[in-house]
Design a protein around this ligand. Structure first.
Ligand SMILES: Nc1nc2c(ncn2[C@@H]2O[C@H](COP(=O)(O)OP(=O)(O)OP(=O)(O)O)[C@@H](O)[C@H]2O)c(=O)[nH]1
Ligand SMILES: [Mg+2]
Length: 230
């Protein structure tokens, strides 16, 4: 089965420069970037190295996923964000799980053996919020025995066929949560591996905690209202 590595960027030049040599391009059949409008040289960096960059007309991470799925030639897709949070060494491991029959393979920041970027903080607010949203999704929709520990991390491999069944229409940073919830609703085969989440290398976070939290709440209620349908 052909695989596509999709790199998601919005002004990540420092991360890209640091991580580029560690990205296992040999492990995939194609690689391209979906860019949300970088103005810091990220686009030029990839183009100079012969890597296709697909610009977004509609902004946001949700739209980036949808564009990527339309653009990808592979049936196995892996989404990688080069800001320092994600370990490029996990790319082949996640793809391997799709080859073994899973629909979605998530790099989890909350399994034993995992590390979360907030682990050293006294009040890891974002990690607590992530775990709470994850818990709610599991108790409502997870009918399989395996508890999904990180429904929110974007570092994941997905079969294109599975993605297309989920009718993903969420904007911004809630896309992965919607994908995980709908995968549970359909009883798709989801698996996780522990990952070590690094610190952001440079640039700035575009995920604002309060507005992102409210967006999550809105989408959680929408999914509850829809029942098992979507
Ligand atoms: N293509 C695309 N990528 C985006 C967009 N917004 C954010 N990204 C990328 O998605 C990844 C995750 O965004 P971050 O801002 O790091 O969000 P986060 O990981 O929750 O926040 P941090 O803790 O600061 O890392 C990064 O690689 C961003 O460059 C967008 O609109 N389009
Ligand atoms: Mg990040």
């Amino acid at each position: 089965m052909k695989s596509s590595l999709i790199i998601l960027t919005l002004n990540e030049i420092e991360g890209v420069r640091t991580l580029y040599d560690r990205i296992p391009f040999d492990a995939v059949d194609e690689c391209f970037v979906v860019d949300g409008g970088s103005i810091d040289g990220t686009v030029e960096f990839f183009r100079e190295r012969g890597i296709k960059v697909v610009p977004q007309e509609i902004k946001g991470r949700g739209e980036a996923f949808r564009i990527a799925v339309k653009e990808a030639k592979g049936s196995y897709l892996i989404f990688f964000s080069p800001d320092g949070n994600e370990n490029p060494g996990d790319i082949p491991k996640l793809l391997e799980l799709l080859a073994r029959g899973y629909d979605i393979a998530i790099a989890s920041r909350f399994l034993s053996g995992s590390q979360n970027e907030e682990d050293d903080l006294r009040f890891p607010w974002r990690a607590w919020a992530n775990r709470t949203f994850t818990y709610i999704a599991n108790i409502i929709w997870n009918t399989n025995r395996n508890y999904i520990t990180d429904t929110i991390n974007g570092y994941r491999a997905v079969k294109k066929g599975a993605f297309n069944k989920l009718n993903i229409n969420a904007p911004g940073f809630v896309i992965e949560y919607q994908m995980s919830i709908r995968a549970m609703k359909l009883g798709l085969k989801v698996v996780e591996i522990p990952t070590i989440e690094g610190q952001r290398i440079g640039g700035v976070s575009t995920a604002k905690s309060i507005s992102t939290g409210l967006l999550f709440l809105r989408f959680l209620f929408k999914e509850i209202k829809n029942g098992r349908k979507f």
